[in-house]
Write a protein that binds this ligand. Structure first.
Ligand SMILES: *Cc1c(COP(=O)(O)O)cnc(C)c1O
Length: 381
């Protein structure tokens, strides 16, 4: 038996997703593959809540999706406001800096997030071309008030670029209703597929911005206008070649997306919320505390948990010895002080109970599992 994988990506795969990976290799023009590719693009529009967005699936990872967002929509010298709530906000700032953007970073203390008013006054200081927002920063477990940020950014006319790598497919996100121009994600987190894909959904407005550029971006592989005919071709059943797609990863993602649509996004968001809260009832009962400074900032896809007094990173090994793999800290200054539990995509109440049990046993404590079970009594199985 393998250990239970409870890290913030890659996540455990549903057996149906796993089994498609064991098929004989298909070609990139194989009709079954092409129909899976097309179905995945359609499904993504539902997952992001935008019938009119242009979805892109490109071999790579979330970092490529962030880089493509920068390379396609931001020109060298253009001012961008990066809202940073941790490691991945800093990464976005680094990517944009390399691309020559004029980057301003609005930082929160670790575990905090700027208020929408603070975002608004930062935006008021300069005519920013765009704002970038990390929905859930995987280094801090902080979920930002994305809808409120987007609202103030829209009012100021800034393009809204969202890092939804650790949220898309599990947290509420409405690309059209909230006015999100570019949503960047990856296959291996809340979308429940193996690693290998950068995921982007691009609004009509953002696509027009790319089309109206005089010079194409210097990245050829990451140019969405090179990929657009490929995506259109897959949706209409007339595939074309640009660069070899990650056939197996896309096939697996198509199965996971079919599960997501069958569950329904509202039910899926509710499941993640209920299970995250049940987990944290158990951790609360064990006396543990969290990096996010307030309950409203705690993500539903993962938890960043301080080690209790007298414990440190060895706790991760002690939890693993009880069969559950969790992740250590990621934020440079605090990495020795906390650990991270991923709870997204294909997991259930029993996974939450066994995770709390492993933490409880590793701490030599009691009461966590009982508190989690009590919280789960209010949840539909
Ligand atoms: C994982 C993650 C990334 C980076 O994605 P990779 O697939 O590892 O390149 C970026 N942003 C957030 C919020 C993430 O969780």
């Amino acid at each position: 038996m393998t250990d239970q994988l409870m890290i913030p990506g890659p996540v455990e795969l549903h057996p149906d997703v796993q089994s498609v990976l064991g098929e004989p290799q298909r070609g990139h023009l194989d009709p079954i593959f092409v129909s899976r590719f097309g179905a995945s693009l359609k499904a993504l529009r539902t997952v992001v809540g935008s019938p009119s967005a242009w979805p892109f699936l490109v071999s790579g990872s979330g970092t490529l999706a962030l880089e493509m967002a920068g390379a396609n929509f931001i020109l060298p010298g253009e001012p961008v406001l990066v809202v940073s709530t941790g490691f991945f906000g800093e990464r976005m700032a680094a990517i944009l800096t390399r691309l020559g953007a004029a980057v301003t970073v609005l930082r929160a203390e670790p575990g905090g997030a700027p208020t929408p008013e603070e975002v608004d006054s930062a935006l008021a200081a300069r005519a920013y071309k765009a704002i970038t927002i990390t929905h859930v920063d995987t280094s801090t477990g902080v979920r930002t008030p994305l809808e409120s940020y987007a609202k103030v950014a829209k009012a100021r006319g800034a393009l809204v670029i969202v890092d939804a790598v650790c949220s898309l497919g599990a947290e509420a996100l409405e690309q059209d209703k909230w006015g999100l121009d570019v949503v960047a994600s990856a296959s291996q987190k809340a979308l429940g597929a193996p690693p290998g894909l950068a995921v982007l959904t691009v609004s009509q407005r953002a696509l027009e911005i790319r089309k109206s550029r005089k010079e194409p971006p210097t990245t050829m592989f990451g140019d969405i206008l090179e990929w657009l005919p490929i995506m259109e071709g897959c949706e209409s059943g007339t595939p074309r070649y640009y660069a070899t797609p990650a056939v197996n990863a896309i096939s697996a993602l198509s199965v996971s997306l079919a599960h997501i649509l069958a569950e329904g996004m509202p039910a899926r968001v509710a499941r993640h919320k209920h299970l995250a809260e049940a987990l944290r009832h158990g951790l609360d009962a064990l006396g543990l505390t969290y990096l996010p400074k307030s309950p409203a900032l705690r993500a539903h896809t993962m938890s960043a948990v301080y080690y209790p007094a007298g414990k440190g990173p060895e706790l991760v090994g002690a939890i693993a010895a009880r069969g559950v793999t969790v992740a250590g800290g990621l934020l440079a200054d605090l990495r020795q002080r906390y650990f991270r539990i991923g709870h997204m995509a294909n997991f259930s109440a029993s996974d939450i109970i066994s995770t709390v049990a492993a933490v409880e046993l590793a701490l030599g404590a009691t009461g966590g599992v009982a508190a989690t079970s009590a919280a789960l009594r209010n949840v539909k199985p």
